[in-house]
Design a protein around this ligand. Structure first.
Ligand code: AMP
Length: 216
C-alpha cells in the first residue's frame, strides 16, 4: 500500500496525474476540492457555506477539510493506497493528516511536489473544463475533445463543466493562498524526508513516468 500527497499550485496537474495514477495502480484519489464541489452541487448545508469562499479562491477552514478527509479515510478501505490531491494545504492540515494516518496505522510514503511557473499556470487554468459525467479533464487549446461537445471518454453530450473559480481574479487569490499557506509544506515534508520534486511541465505521460519512477 502506498499513500502519496500531490503538492503544487492550482493548474500544476495534480488532478490529471492523480486520475491517471488511480487508473493504473488502483489508488483512491482523495481530492478535497472535488468533495467540496460535490457538496456545493448537492446544495448541502456545507456546500452552501463554502460556495462563496471557493468562488473567490480563498481557502476553506481547516476543520471543514480535515473533517471531510477523516470521514473518507474511515469509509474507504481495502485499496492500494490513497492519493491526497489538494490536501493538505496548510501546516495545520498537514499535522492533522499525520495524526489521522497514525491512528489507523497508515504510512505516508511520499509527497510529490509538481512545480510549474506562474505564467504557465494561468494558461493552463484559463480554458480548462471537465466532463461532469465522468470527470475527464480537457483544455480549449491543449486538449479539446475529439468531437465538439462530446466527451472522448464516456460519450456524454453537452455535459462539459467550467469551474466557477477558473478565472483570472480567483486565480490570483488562489496563487496567493498557495504561496502564503501551502508552500511552507515543501519545507515541512522536506524536513520529514518525504519530499520529491517533479517538473510539472511536459506531457502527461512524461510526468506520469517521472512520478512512477519515484513511487515504484
Ligand atoms: P482545488 O480543486 O483543489 O483547486 O480546490 C478548489 C477550492 O476548494 C480551493 O480554491 C479552496 O477554496 C477549496 N479547497 C480545496 N481543498 C482545500 C483545502 N485542503 N483547504 C482549504 N480549502 C480547500
Amino acid at each position: 500500500m502506498k499513500n502519496l500527497i500531490l503538492l503544487g499550485p492550482p493548474g500544476a496537474g495534480k488532478g490529471t496525474q492523480a486520475r491517471t495514477l488511480c487508473e493504473t495502480f488502483g489508488f483512491v484519489q482523495l481530492s478535497t476540492g472535488d468533495m467540496l464541489r460535490e457538496a456545493k452541487e448537492d446544495k448541502s448545508e456545507l456546500g452552501t457555506k463554502v460556495a462563496n469562499i471557493m468562488a473567490k479562491g480563498e481557502l476553506v477552514t481547516d476543520d471543514i477539510v480535515i473533517g471531510l478527509i477523516e470521514k473518507k479515510l474511515a469509509s474507504e478501505k481495502n485499496n492500494k493506497g490513497f492519493i491526497f490531491d489538494g490536501f493538505p494545504r496548510t501546516l495545520a492540515q498537514a499535522d492533522a493528516l499525520g495524526n489521522l494516518l497514525k491512528k489507523i496505522n497508515y504510512n505516508l510514503d511520499c509527497v510529490i511536489e509538481l512545480y510549474v511557473d506562474d505564467e504557465k499556470l494561468v494558461q493552463r487554468i484559463i480554458g480548462r473544463f471537465s466532463c461532469s459525467a465522468c470527470g475527464e479533464l480537457y483544455h480549449k487549446i491543449t486538449k479539446p475533445p475529439k468531437k465538439p461537445r462530446i466527451c472522448d471518454t464516456c460519450g456524454s453530450e453537452d455535459a462539459f463543466n467550467y469551474r466557477q473559480d477558473d478565472n483570472e481574479n480567483s486565480l490570483k487569490i488562489r496563487l496567493l493562498a498557495y504561496y502564503r499557506d501551502t508552500s511552507p509544506l515543501i519545507g515541512y515534508y522536506h524536513a520529514l524526508n518525504k519530499l520529491r520534486k517533479v517538473n510539472g511541465l511536459g506531457s502527461v505521460n512524461e510526468i506520469q513516468d517521472n512520478i512512477r519512477n519515484i513511487i515504484l
